[in-house]
Structures are given as C-alpha cells and as structure tokens.
Design a protein around this ligand. Structure first.
Ligand code: AMP
Ligand code: MG
Length: 399
C-alpha cells in the first residue's frame, strides 16, 4: 500500500494493469447477445451485398445503347429478390431498388431521369457505367473480419453479424460483481428514516451503473461499520464474485474498516488519487476477486466509477480498451481555485458552452443527475468565460 498521492492517469494505468480479462466464453443465440462482448472474430462467409444490385428504382441498360432521343424497348421487369434474364442488346430492364443487375447491363438510370410509355423508355440524360449500381461485396467481402473480439455488441454490430448470416455469437461470460455498502447511518428506501440517518443512494446508483455495463450484480446489502462484519461480507463477496465493489468506509476515520478488512484478507494496491471529487480509492485483491472500494460520498462514488471502475470493468469483461471520448468546448463559466487536485465538475453543454451545476459539493447528487458530462480541469487552473475546456460526455460512461 502506498500513501503517495497519485495522479488520475497514474492511478488509471495501475488499475488497468491489474485488470485480467475474463477468459470464459459462451455461445448464444445472436438475438440474446445485445450489449455483450464478442469473444471470437466474426468472419464473413458471404459477400454483402451478395450480387450487384440496383441502388434506385429505374431502368437497367447498356451505356453503349444510349443515344439522345432513342427509345429502348423494356424487355423485362426485375423486382427485388428475383434474378432477371441476360439483357438483350438494345433493350432496357425495368428494375427496382435491391434487385440484381441483369447480365449485360452496366448502368441504371433512375426513373426520374426517364420518359416512359407502354413497354418503352427514353433515358433523358447520358448514363455512365456503374451509375446507381451497388457492387457485390461493396460493404463486406467474403473472408473479411466484420467484428473483432472485445467489441460490444451494439444494435448496428448485431445487424452486421446478421448481414453475414450469423445465428449464434460467442461472447465472454457475464462478469459477476458483488456490491455492499458500509455506513451505520444508511437506511434502505422503504424503511422509516430515524433521526441522524440517511437513505442509501449509492446502492441504486452503483447497481444501475453496473447493470448498464452488462455485469451480473450480487447485492450483499448494507454492512455495519465494524471490522468483523466487513470482513465476513468481504469474504463471501470474494468467494462468489469476480469483482467486489463497495462504497464508503475507505477514508481514514475510525469507522472506516474496509481498507483494513481488505488488508487482512488480501492485498491493497492504491489509495489516494489527486482528484475532486473522489480521492480515496482502494484497489486490491481478495482471493481470486478484484476489490474496488469507492468513496461514500454519492458524487465521488459516481465520478470514481465513471473514471476508474468502468474502464477497469470493461477490460475485465474482455472489452477493448478505449480512452473516453472528450470534446473541447468553450467554458460558460469562470473558475479559479488553488489546489493540487484535478477537478471533474458536473456540467452540461448549453448553446455550445459548458455550464456548471451551481453546487459542486461531493454530497450533492442532484448535480450528477442534472449533468450530461464532466468538465475536466487541471489542478489549480484559472478559467475565464469562453476559454476552451475539456468535456467528457457521460452518455458513453453510463451504458
Ligand atoms: P464514508 O466514505 O464512509 O466516510 O462516507 C462519506 C459520506 O458519504 C458520508 O456523508 C456518508 O454518510 C455518505 N455515504 C456513505 N455511503 C452512502 C450511501 N450508500 N448512500 C448515500 N450516502 C452515503
Ligand atoms: Mg462511512
């Protein structure tokens, strides 16, 4: 364990170095794999599209048969899904979007550029070879790897898998994450709230974040602020899950037993991060399970989850590591604060400028509910209205 103050980037690097991607995989009906992480490459066994086809409703013909004012007989009609006859010289085929181009045709003239009368067509503009033709394999060629291991199966990726005819996909097993919550002040919603107590909000937030990521959550509930109780729950959590995530009890107060419990059962890797909100973060291992101890303050827990726990879990789940998307936006605020901690401020983009929630206190969870993103400010920086600032949209972090 180190008492050194780590930078956000150092802490993240340490954390990701310790994330061992899951190896277990399962093959599922493709329809049941939305948001799962692909474990094997998906290779195309067919061309997409499988054949040259028309991109528009119109007439297929040979460019060589076109002449100003020349009517061509319409020798056949080819709807989508049917193969036409080879195109006789000097004729045109009525053709519809998606229909295979008949042998011999080398262009499609869109119907808006044609005069038509019974069984004859007059293309009014000179066509070029290949006009309005989608080539076989233009999207995907046979043998091409269309999806890579580590990719999350979004709706568009499932569409790509379907376009090459996949019916099953091999994905990594769901990561099992145990959660528990420390704090004798905590009361579950649904119970009366005695004086001096607060409702447990981190449970709802963290379980939502974990489910959004596609983890299987084991909720071990609230644990009293005692070392023996913390140890007992931690032991069970580490036996039953791949990763244990907790909130609270990782500061230096007398009632903070999480750190001690992890130390006696396993090992701890890092401790304090130079960021606000956040700071205390425990990363360790208990038995075969990874341990991530989040701060109790609701906003700190939320931000630390987004910046650290999420990338850790994505890698642990077998997902490809990608740095978070960031934008540079003009500040719609002024900021000046001395200090050694990088700030992650709850913000929104309004009229192209980043605006801040009025209270940036780490206890004010409404700031996180209001925010669309985080403004990321280096420690001790001064920002004037209109200065460019780094903005991290929350959307990708919450799914
Ligand atoms: P701790 O990290 O245990 O010192 O807690 C820091 C602050 O976060 C205290 O004000 C706690 O009451 C609060 N807190 C801890 N856990 C939760 C929770 N599950 N839900 C809401 N607030 C919490
Ligand atoms: Mg506490």
């Amino acid at each position: 364990m180190s008492d050194k103050l780590l930078s956000v980037d150092e802490a993240l690097t340490h954390l990701l170095d310790g994330a061992r991607p899951i190896a277990d995989r399962e093959t599922l009906d493709a329809d049941d794999t939305l948001d799962r992480i692909l474990a094997t490459p998906q290779v195309a066994g067919v061309n997409v599209p499988p054949h040259d086809n028309s991109a528009m409703d119109g007439y297929a013909l040979r460019v060589a048969d076109w002449a100003e004012g020349r009517w061509l007989p319409v020798a056949q009609r080819i709807p989508a899904g049917q193969i036409g006859q080879p195109l006789a010289a000097g004729t045109a085929a009525r053709i519809f979007t998606g229909a295979p181009i008949p042998e011999g045709a080398d262009t499609v003239v869109i119907q808006e550029d044609c005069d038509a009368r019974e069984n004859e067509v007059l293309p009014t503009r000179p066509p070029k070879p290949g006009d309005n033709i989608r080539r076989a394999g233009e999207d995907i060629a046979v043998g091409q790897t269309v999806l890579r291991p580590g990719q999350r199966l979004t709706p568009a990726r499932l569409g790509v898998a379907a376009s090459v005819g996949a019916t099953t996909l091999t994905v990594f097993r769901r990561l099992k994450v145990a959660v528990f919550f420390t704090g004798d002040e905590l009361v579950m919603p649904g119970q009366p709230l005695p004086p001096g107590r607060i409702y447990n909000s981190n449970r709802a937030t963290l379980i939502g974040l974990l489910r959004g990521l596609g983890c299987a959550v084991l909720d071990l509930g609230q644990v009293p602020d005692r070392l023996d109780a913390t140890r007992l729950t931690l032991e069970r959590a580490s036996r039953e899950a791949d990763v244990v995530v907790t909130s609270g009890g990782v500061s230096v107060g007398e009632e903070d037993h999480v750190k001690a419990a992890v130390e006696t059962l396993g090992s701890i890797h890092l401790w304090k991060v130079a960021m606000k909100p956040g700071k205390p973060l425990v990363f360790g291992r208990v038995g075969e399970a990874d341990f991530l101890g989040l701060p109790g303050n609701p906003v700190s827990a939320f931000v630390v989850f987004c910046l650290f726990v999420r990338p850790f879990l994505v890698k642990r789940m077998g997902g490809e590591a990608r740095p978070p998307t960031t934008f540079t936006v003009p500040a719609g605020f002024a900021w000046s604060k001395p200090g050694k901690r990088r700030e992650f401020l709850r913000a929104r983009v309004e009229d192209g400028r980043a605006v801040l929630y009025p209270s940036q206190s780490s206890g004010v969870l409404t700031s996180a509910a209001w925010a669309d993103g985080l403004v990321d400010l280096e420690a001790g920086i001064t920002v004037r209205d209109g200065d460019p600032v780094r903005y991290l949209p929350l959307a990708e972090m919450l799914s």
